[in-house]
Design a protein around this ligand. Structure first.
Ligand code: FES
Length: 224
């Protein structure tokens, strides 16, 4: 007989009710799943609110920035032609005015004059002049007028508009959801054009190329 007495290995014991309860109330190390989920939802909502706020601010910025001086004088048609002598303004090409944050252009170049009156909708047909807000309705870049095709082309993601700011339907013409936005315009009795940067109208929905409402490009290729 040996002196050794073999001790049986410890048998696994079921946890008592008290032990389970205390484990539940114990502080979790690191992030718990619940905290992680709450943090992610909070961050997503915060990001969405931030985007919403930035979009609203971008849309209202011309109104906020201009304070009470909402009417910006651009001038008469002969003055606009003289100030942009290198551009075919008489053919309806857009002229850019940074102080009014807009592109202005003749609507019907066969009539070489602005018509006195006010157009709060920004359509401008009755006054024969339109002022487009300089921001692309997609994400806010500034489109450039292209001398080759007489269209406005956005360098950021390729949205293209005819010379009056009408967006052409289809992915090939870029991601902007609508035509360019328009400012209210006023032609006073001295034939001078004023752009009201406090009054902006959203651009209409895109129109298919070939349908009435879109001015075809002067050349099949553009500047971008
Ligand atoms: Fe003009 Fe995206 S900002 S196409």
């Amino acid at each position: 007989m040996s002196n050794y007495q073999v001790e049986p290995a410890a048998q696994p014991q079921a946890l008592s009710k008290e032990a389970i309860k205390s484990l539940r109330h114990e502080q979790v190390q690191g992030l718990s799943r619940r905290t992680l989920l709450r943090t992610s939802i909070g961050a997503a909502i915060g990001l969405w609110l931030l985007e919403l706020g930035a979009g609203t601010l971008g849309f209202l910025w011309p109104s906020i920035a201009s304070g009470n001086k909402s009417q910006v004088k651009i001038g008469t048609l002969p003055e606009i032609k003289a100030q942009n002598a290198s551009l075919p303004i008489d053919q309806g090409f857009p002229a850019y005015y940074q102080n009014a944050k807009s592109f202005v252009m003749l609507i019907d170049p066969s009539r070489q004059q602005f018509i006195q009156g006010a157009d709060p909708t920004g359509d401008g047909t009755a006054l024969n002049v339109r002022a487009l807000y300089q921001r692309c309705p997609h994400l806010g870049c500034k489109p450039n007028p292209c001398l080759k095709n007489f269209w406005l082309e956005c360098p950021c993601h390729g949205s293209r508009y005819d010379r009056l700011g009408t967006k052409v339907k289809g992915a090939a013409y870029g991601p902007a959801p609508r035509s360019m936005d328009r400012f209210s315009v006023l032609v006073k009795d001295d034939q001078a054009l004023y752009v009201d940067t406090l009054k902006i109208t959203l651009g209409p929905l895109p129109v298919a190329l070939g349908e009435p409402g879109v001015i075809p490009p002067k050349s099949p290729t553009g500047c971008i």
